[in-house]
Design a protein. Structure first.
Lengths: 220, 273
């Protein structure tokens, strides 16, 4: 009799410790991978540098007439996003800015491409945004973004029919008001950034407290 | 934001506006050089441009731009001569320009309001555009009466005098820009593309009297701001999970068992055998 009581006591202690530990351990980590590959963005890119008094450099001369102005953008416009690891295969639409914040496609199954940022094949950050969920439409296309791990492949199909593969290098979580400016950069190394909401959900405001950001670089 | 330089012969003195402001580039290191662009808005005058006595631009044609040059901070003597004129001949235009680290200036050779050649320095250290907006700057550097600026067929500024600058923030994309002035002077509408986070500077150059008014452009990049946020969800479906209910049930049961067992053991201990 006594032995049975002691065994039950021990078993209940094991359950009390093991259950919370395993629940916490099974949660996806909010910070994985390294951003080392993007370090090059700190390099200052300048057209020409010269020392006064020494030989003057060749200067770029061009017509300054308005009519001759040529707008040239490097890179392609994304049209479709595929991420096999989390079952994403979604159309991509260009988005801009509404009321100071990044415009998000109204349909939770669509992905938005921040058209003022970078493009695949060009420099800077190609920023793709989409819903994690909606109160009226349910789960969004990026519901499982927080499960992406370094090494996962992301395929972006462009409007011209070509496609580029990016490899995930890191995943981060940021407070909503602390998103790094680098995500919107048009200069620096070519990278892909996927952004959605995450973290705790505030019932009062109907909003998530954080943004989940997945960083990827060209090459699978 | 302009200081007029001398016309030929007089002593030239310009205070290039030396603003050391953190321009919003992605670079983390503070710039060590200043950026200089040369704008040739002097009709009918092919120029040799000298900087500190050295020939920088040989046969620089009207309506051309040169640069941007990255120059170390310091004072530079700029002299402009007719193409092919000897390097020691008196310059047609000359001036002194101060370059500081992080500054961005445009040196513009042009006609003043009265039609005399002039050299001006403009400061391009602009404040960033709001996210999703473009900046348009107009600089009147022509021999022309005060201008009315028309953007997309609407007069947006009247009385823009020679030597002055006007600016506005507007939506990115394609617009039309046109100008008119007294005595039926006008520059017909032209398409202009405004990039988000880019300041497009339009120079009105030439002379109304000589009927050679024209528009030159210069773009200042990287004036964009990041949007204030990415709001990608409501409904809470993707929120971090709390403790799952099975785990809570299991822990409550284990807690109850623990208390029951402890109580049982204590009671047994206290009871004499």
């Amino acid at each position: 009799m006594n032995r049975l009581v002691w065994c039950t006591l021990a078993a209940s202690i094991v359950v009390l410790v093991a259950v919370p530990v395993s629940v916490l351990a099974s949660r996806p980590d909010s910070q994985v991978g390294s951003l080392e590959a993007l370090r090059r963005s700190d390099v200052h890119v300048s057209a020409q540098t010269q020392v006064p008094g020494l030989a003057l450099p060749k200067v770029r001369i061009r017509s300054g007439l308005l009519a001759r102005e040529v707008i040239r953008r490097v890179g392609e416009i994304p049209e479709r996003l595929r991420i096999a690891a989390i079952g994403v295969d979604a159309p991509v639409f260009p988005v801009g800015v509404t009321a100071g914040t990044t415009e998000i496609p109204p349909d939770v199954h669509d992905v938005g491409w921040y058209r003022f940022g970078g493009r695949p094949g060009g420099s800077g950050s190609t920023l793709l945004v989409a819903h994690v969920s909606s109160g009226t439409q349910g789960a969004g296309v990026f519901i499982h973004l927080r499960d992406l791990m370094p090494g996962d492949d992301i395929v972006v199909q462009m409007r011209d029919g070509s496609s580029s593969t990016f490899g995930v290098i890191a995943r981060r979580s940021f407070a909503k008001d602390a998103l790094p400016d680098r995500l919107f950069s048009r200069t620096g190394p070519s990278m892909l950034a996927l952004v959605t909401c995450g973290g705790p959900y505030d019932e009062a405001t109907g909003r998530y407290e954080d943004n989940i950001v997945v960083y990827a670089v060209p090459g699978g | 934001m302009r200081k007029s330089l001398s016309i030929p012969g007089s002593l030239a003195f310009v205070l290039a506006l030396v603003l050391i402001t953190g321009t919003p580039t992605v670079t983390s290191a503070a710039p060590r050089t200043g950026s200089v662009t040369i704008i040739h808005g002097l009709p009918g005058f092919t120029a040799d441009v000298y900087v500190n006595g050295k020939l920088l631009l040989d046969g620089f044609k009207p309506t051309s731009t040169a640069g941007p040059l990255q120059l170390d901070p310091g004072t530079y003597k700029v002299a402009i001569r007719q193409v092919g004129a000897s390097a020691d001949s008196p310059p047609a235009l000359s001036g002194t320009v101060h370059v500081s680290a992080g500054s961005d200036i445009s040196i513009c050779a042009h006609l003043g309001e009265s039609g005399d050649p002039s050299l001006s320095v403009f400061d391009n250290t602009f404040r960033p555009a709001a996210a999703g907006r473009s900046l348009l700057y107009v600089r009147n550097v022509a021999a022309v009466a005060p201008l009315t600026v028309r953007l997309d067929d609407r007069p947006v500024k009247r009385g823009l005098r020679e030597g002055s600058e006007w600016s506005t923030a507007t939506a990115p994309g394609r617009h039309t820009i046109a100008f008119d002035a007294a005595n039926d002077v006008s520059i017909s509408p032209r398409d202009i593309h405004l990039g988000e986070g880019v300041a497009q500077i339009v120079y009105v150059v030439g002379s109304a009297k000589a009927n050679n008014l024209d528009l030159m452009v210069e773009a200042v990049q990287h004036l964009h701001s990041a949007p204030s946020g990415v709001l990608t969800g409501d409904g809470g479906l993707g929120a971090d999970p709390g403790f799952p209910s099975w785990a809570i049930a299991l822990m409550v049961a284990a807690g109850a068992t623990l208390i029951a067992c402890t109580r049982r053991i204590l009671i047994q201990r206290m009871q004499p055998q």
